[in-house]
Write a protein that binds this ligand. Structure first.
Ligand code: KIV
Ligand code: ZN
Length: 508
């Protein structure tokens, strides 16, 4: 059995998903969860991209233990300098330099011939080696690169000192058997290939990222780059949970495993969905809510007789916990603490106290409190940065109350009360094409911000007529996008909380 290295790029390629940007405290939470999950290397960002990116790579590097930390860099000295500086305090620092090698990219993007392409890669790897022994080189668009040129680049960067060479399917174009052949070809033709780990980084444009990654593993790749929930540019990257569970479930085929603690996959998936606002589709492989749901009578009958009739993995193995015990208003702090642990959250005493207060308020409005409600309350705490030693800023807008009159055929009439610091503000408004639009217009007026709504959605957190509504909004301010999130049994209140959450991120 080989152990395949898992390189997670949720904080870099994943964050490149539109609307998925995370703030520093969110990136730190995700980085620590990835380290607890057993990820080998965390790509924490692209240090040169902005001062904020630099800061988050540096903070992740300083605080994460047990996983390597890496920053991306183009093959230019200022990028490599920034990456080296940002990762230098990591337990195991890596600098990840990349250069496109395909004819399309060489001709149109880089305007380089083949010799210049090879020289640039060699120089960058040598330069990066001055700072750090662990250098990864990525041949961007490798799957559309002439195989002879790719072999030449791979041999050259290994000689220059790259410890890992990544063969990305940047545009998600390769068929699985082509990926297999390409990696085999490299193993057969590159004389010094045994001096480096061969990695793959496959995008999901044709829905084949996990399949091409598995094909590469079969051909000898020793590292897979992936993201939680398959986040990433366009259709995303290979999903970490898919590659890990495919290797585990079919180790008879792949003869390989990973260091990932699979029981933590669902909690980490929920955390990433919560901080990015990008919900996991219900039918998503491994971590979707329906991944282990059985609807048809024939399937349910089979499951009762023997779960292996319709389940190839056990839900508990990926971190789904089933319980028939529903919490309610008579449940105490100990029962809540116990349930949060079972759901995979590790809360400090202060966060648990805040959560218990919110739980009691919810229990007054809702008879049965399900696991999904508890997860939603915890995520709400995270969004407000409560319990994360980040004080709610005095400039934050908070919700006080609303009074709304709506009927078919006429504009909503709304009175919205907000608080900022010790001051209360009220806006009465008759307008908008629906209640949320009216709330938005009132918030716009009270805050004086020039904003617009790009996206608004609400979905039920659990089941029943008293279920909580979970609202997500994306607000635009110029070209910047800010995400907000709110949960309440009252969907107008959930929408208002989501708008205010986005406004507060903007103001901060
Ligand atoms: O998709 C890609 O090629 C990348 C590289 C920077 C590794 O993200
Ligand atoms: Zn990528």
């Amino acid at each position: 059995m080989r152990t395949i290295r898992i390189f997670d790029t949720t904080l870099r390629d994943g964050e490149q998903s539109p609307g998925a940007s995370m703030n520093l405290s969110e990136k730190l939470q995700v980085a620590h969860a990835l380290a607890d999950l057993g990820v080998d290397i965390i790509e924490a960002g692209f240090a040169v991209a902005s001062p904020g990116d630099f800061e988050s790579v540096r903070e992740v590097a300083k605080s994460v233990k047990g996983s390597g930390v890496c920053s991306l860099a183009r093959c230019v000295t200022k990028d490599i300098d920034a990456a080296a500086e940002a990762v230098k305090e990591a337990e195991q620092p890596t600098i990840h330099v990349f250069l496109a090698t395909s004819p399309i990219h060489r001709e149109y993007k880089l305007r380089m011939n083949m010799d210049q392409n090879v020289e640039t890669a060699i120089e960058a790897v040598k330069y990066a080696r001055r700072f750090c022994p662990d250098i990864e080189f990525s041949a961007e668009d490798a799957t559309r690169t002439e195989i002879d040129h790719l072999c030449r680049v791979v041999e050259a960067v290994i000689n220059a000192g790259a410890a890992t060479v990544n063969i990305p399917d940047t545009v998600g174009y390769a068929a699985p058997h082509e990926m297999y052949e390409r990696i085999r070809n490299l193993f057969e033709r590159v004389p010094n290939i045994d001096r480096a780990v061969i990695s793959v980084h496959n995008h999901n444009d044709l829905g084949m990222a996990a399949a091409t990654s598995l094909a590469a593993v079969q051909a000898g790749a020793g590292q897979v780059e992936c993201t939680i929930n398959g986040l990433g540019e366009r259709a995303g990257n290979c999903a970490l949970e898919e590659i890990v569970m495919a290797l585990k479930t079919r180790c008879d085929v792949y003869q390989a495993g990973t260091r990932i603690i699979t029981q933590k996959l669902v909690p980490v998936s929920r955390l990433v969905a919560s901080v990015t606002g990008l919900k996991v589709p219900r039918n998503k492989a491994v971590v979707g809510q329906n991944a282990f749901a059985h609807e048809s009578g024939i399937h349910q009958d089979g499951m009762l007789k023997n779960p292996t009739t319709y389940e190839i993995m056990s839900p508990a193995d990926v971190g789904f916990q089933k319980t028939d015990l529903v919490l309610g208003k008579h449940s105490g702090r100990a029962a809540l603490a116990d349930r949060t642990k079972m759901l995979g959250y590790d809360l400090d005493a202060e966060t648990l106290t805040n959560l218990f207060g919110e739980f009691k308020k919810l229990a007054d409005r809702k008879k049965n409190i399900y696991d999904e409600d508890i997860s939603a309350l915890i995520e709400q705490q995270m969004h407000e940065n409560k319990g994360l030693n980040v004080p709610v800023s005095s400039g934050d807008w908070t919700f006080v109350s609303y009074d709304l009159h709506c009927c078919t055929g006429s504009e909503p009439v709304l009175t919205l009360k907000l608080r900022r610091g010790t001051q209360e503000y009220t806006k009465e408004i008759a307008g908008g094409d629906g209640p949320i639009d009216a709330v938005f217009l009132a918030v716009q007026d009270l805050t004086g911000l020039d904003i617009s709504i790009k996206e608004y959605s609400v979905q039920s957190v659990s089941v029943g007529e008293d279920a909580q509504g979970e609202s997500t909004v994306l607000l635009n301010k110029g070209s910047e996008i800010f995400r907000g999130h709110g949960v309440s049994t009252d969907t107008i209140e959930a929408g208002t909380l989501a708008i205010l959450n986005a406004v507060n991120r903007m103001v901060r």
